[in-house]
Design a protein around this ligand. Structure first.
Ligand SMILES: [Zn+2]
Length: 168
């Protein structure tokens, strides 16, 4: 049944590439309700960020844990075609990193919200933390006495401990 599995594969791929995935909508709705204004499909930027807040010089990526290889409980390497998927995911991780780096060099802040952080029991905390981070970024960028450090250009939403990251 090679045909079926090929179909299934492309179905997974298109779901993953969809620009209107549910977790992304969740983040957008929250931001809008909180008064944050953003642009969608701002495709001129590296990595085609899901949400762009120009006032905050911030790009938000809402990442699926599988596709982007998040180091979390949700990430289960597939049993079939494992090598195919794992090498794809490794490539994605590498590309993500490069794109975030490019954005940082262009003066953009990058926030990654992971799908697992939007599960019902973590969602509120994650979204609150996102709003807090955006306000923090804004204040920081508009404060003359607050020197900006390079390592602060990338933020992670701290709904979980940050240990175990492999980004050196
Ligand atoms: Zn995750």
């Amino acid at each position: 049944m090679a045909q079926l599995s090929k179909e299934k594969r492309s179905k997974i791929m298109s779901a993953i590439h969809s620009k209107n995935t549910k977790p992304e909508l969740m983040v957008r709705k929250y931001l809008w309700r909180m008064g944050f204004r953003y642009r969608l499909n701002y495709n001129r930027l590296p990595g085609h960020p899901d949400i762009v807040l120009r006032k905050y010089r911030t790009c938000i990526f809402v990442n699926g844990c599988f596709w982007h290889g998040h180091n979390c409980e949700e990430f289960r390497p597939p049993k079939t075609n494992a090598n195919y998927w794992l090498s794809k995911i490794e490539k994605n991780k590498k590309r993500d990193k490069e794109e975030h780096q490019k954005l940082a060099e262009m003066g953009w802040h990058v926030i990654v919200v992971w799908e697992c952080q939007l599960k019902a029991d973590k969602r509120d905390k994650t979204l609150e933390s996102l709003a807090f981070t955006l306000n923090h970024i804004y204040l920081q960028d508009h404060s003359v006495s607050y020197p900006r450090r390079e390592e602060e250009t990338e933020y992670e939403i701290a709904a979980e401990p940050l240990n175990g990251r492999d980004d050196g």
